[in-house]
Design a binder for this molecule. Structure first.
Ligand code: FAD
Ligand code: SIN
Length: 539
């Protein structure tokens, strides 16, 4: 089975949808997404999108805040581009139908950790849901975008799929589309394209505790690495300081986020004795950047042996709490917590990956014909720690740039001149051992949480790498003899992403931003990116 389009986009979060809308102005698009179309990290985003809107703010202030959070590793030119494109991107989202919260006809602006000004554009505390609604409505109205749900991209198509060219050098490879598994029909299609864009989001599901929904299994990162694209800086996993503490015996695969905007609104962190503690760690207290607040909470928990700390907004007006945070208020009520009267039990949870597939300013990866945008990409704007609400901004800025780059260059691009083989699953059998998948996934998530979490050491990383190596061997063996299904594909990708996170962490012999190791507690004088590439020849 074969489908063909000028551009194949994988992922229907903010990056994929925005790019599809812009690219449809000059090319045909197929957009595949592995679950329902709105299921994405974007859909859960609460706080909002950072942009310089108010008269008392400036590009220089937003740039400085981003560079400070990034701990010396941001690419300053990329940050300047990100910030200066911000206001135009907000306008485009509004023109595409997004309804942000207003105050007296102007955009209402929130403040979050690490920001020196109020600059977070938002739709109450449901920003992501509103953005997804607006962009999906727009995509549905465009005839030359074919949106396919329940279509799981398995692997990118490159020279390695062609018998005759499979040993071509890694640095001169092309991407000609992807093999995609339809989870409802169980068929694998090849989708052939002139250009493929990965917009597959993050890797949070690698960890036991995460704010990321079940789709965040690092598929795009793993596919790109397997195909030979350069990836990097994956040690920088951002742990959000305040996820709602919950009993993990339930069926939910992710923790509910208590937005940083709650701290921006005046929320105070306290230990279980009701004592404030952030003043001991940073003069910016609750509004210090995330790495500092998450480590402070981790330290308090370890020191006291507690399961959670408390985030208290009970000193604020109940009406205002409910007005600003209706989603958080209602969700906590379902857990029998009235946040207007009771402090909220919170813990840190894996939230965002700052590293990713290495791209240039137009989203181009090291493979010809492959672009990457959104959380899956390493653009250089976040450095060693992302500033709050810069992620949705980055996704739109780079989706817009990728579209502009293609507007000028798609005419020169061609489909593969070689015949691409169909998916070949001869000799594989239907799995009757799914317990191997569920067990391995639990083991991996616990391992990554315990050994590759907020605080790391050489020994923990060594133990983690040995266990991940064993899991890799077992999963590859299972993959080669089994008819594919989604959770097997996800486990395979999670194992690859874990390997990459650990590898990058082992290579960074310093503590910087989100990567803290007790063996190298100080920052090196020179900042450098850690870039890795898969050089083995696939069969
Ligand atoms: P996503 O929105 O994650 O979309 C990825 C898409 O790819 C999904 O549709 C997924 O199903 C699809 N996909 C993945 N793998 C495959 C595959 N193999 N085949 C087919 N489809 C696939 N950032 C901010 O800037 N501000 C915030 O307020 C904010 N709040 C957040 C709150 C939460 C709870 C979370 C989890 C994140 C938050 N973030 C926030 C981060 C931000 O939401 C994400 O970084 C951003 O939404 C990523 O967008 P994306 O388009 O790159 O990926
Ligand atoms: C939040 O609302 O705290 C999330 C913001 C972000 O991840 O940028």
């Amino acid at each position: 089975m074969e489908l063909k389009a000028d551009v194949l986009i994988i992922g229907s979060g903010i990056a994929g949808l925005f790019a599809a809308i812009k690219i449809s102005e000059f090319a045909d698009v197929i957009l595949v997404t592995k679950k329902e179309k709105n299921e994405s990290n974007t859909n859960y985003a609460q706080g909002g999108i950072a942009a310089v809107i108010s008269g008392d703010d400036s590009f220089e202030k937003h740039i400085t805040d981003t560079l400070v959070a990034g701990a010396g590793l941001c690419n300053e030119e990329s940050v300047r581009g990100l910030v200066s494109d911000g206001p135009a991107c907000i306008n485009e989202l509004i023109n595409m139908g997004t309804r942000f919260t207003l105050e007296a006809d102007r955009l209402h602006l929130l403040r979050e950790g690490g920001h020196s000004k109020n600059r977070i554009v938002h739709a109450r505390d449901l920003t992501g849901k509103e953005v997804e609604r607006a962009l999906i409505d727009r995509v549905n109205s465009i005839p030359n975008i074919l949106l396919l749900e329940n279509c799981f991209a398995i692997d990118l198509i490159t020279e390695h799929n062609l018998q005759k060219y499979k040993h071509s050098p890694i640095n001169s490879r092309h991407c000609w589309g992807a093999y995609v598994h339809n989870s409802l029909t169980n068929q694998v299609k090849k989708i052939i394209s002139k250009v493929t864009i990965l917009a597959t989001g993050g890797v949070g599901q690698v960890y036991l505790h995460t704010t990321n929904p079940a789709i965040a299994t690092g598929d795009g990162l793993a596919m790109a690495y397997r195909a030979g694209a350069k990836v990097g800086n994956l040690e920088f996993i951002q742990f959000h300081p305040t996820a709602l503490y919950q009993d993990l015996t339930g069926s939910s695969k992710h923790s509910f986020l208590i937005s940083e905007a709650v701290r921006g609104f005046g929320g105070i962190l306290k230990n279980n004795n009701g004592e404030e503690f952030m003043n001991k760690y940073d003069q910016r207290r609750e509004l210090a950047p995330r790495d500092i607040v998450a480590r402070a909470i981790d330290n308090e928990l370890k020191k006291r042996g507690d399961d959670f700390v408390l985030l208290d907004v009970t000193h604020k007006s109940a009406d205002q709490i409910i007005e600003h945070f209706p989603n958080i208020y209602n969700h906590c009520l379902t857990q029998n917590i009235d946040i207007t009267r009771q402090p909220i039990p919170v813990v840190p949870a894996a939230h965002y990956v700052c590293g990713g597939i290495v791209v240039d300013n137009n989203g181009r990866t090291s493979l010809d014909g492959l672009l990457a945008i959104g959380e899956v990409a390493l653009t250089g704007v976040h450095g060693a720690n992302r500033l709050a609400s810069n992620s949705l901004l980055e996704a739109v800025v780079y989706a817009r740039r990728a579209a502009e780059y293609l507007r000028g260059s798609i005419g020169e691009r061609i489909y593969s001149k070689y015949e691409i083989p169909d998916w070949d699953d001869k000799g594989t059998l239907t799995a009757d051992e799914k317990i191997l998948i569920t067990h391995s996934q639990k083991e991996l998530k616990q391992l990554m949480w315990d050994y590759v979490g907020i605080v790391r050491s050489d020994l923990r990383l060594l133990f983690a790498s040995r266990r991940v190596h064993n899991l890799f061997t077992e999963v590859e063996e299972f993959y080669k003899k089994t008819k594919i299904f989604d959770s097997l594909l996800e486990l395979r990708n999670l194992v690859t992403c874990s390997y990459l996170i650990i590898k990058c962490a082992q290579l960074r012999k310093e503590s910087r931003g989100l990567h803290y190791t007790i063996d190298y507690p100080v920052q090196n004088e020179t900042a450098k990116d850690i870039i890795i590439q898969n050089t083995y020849q696939r069969s």
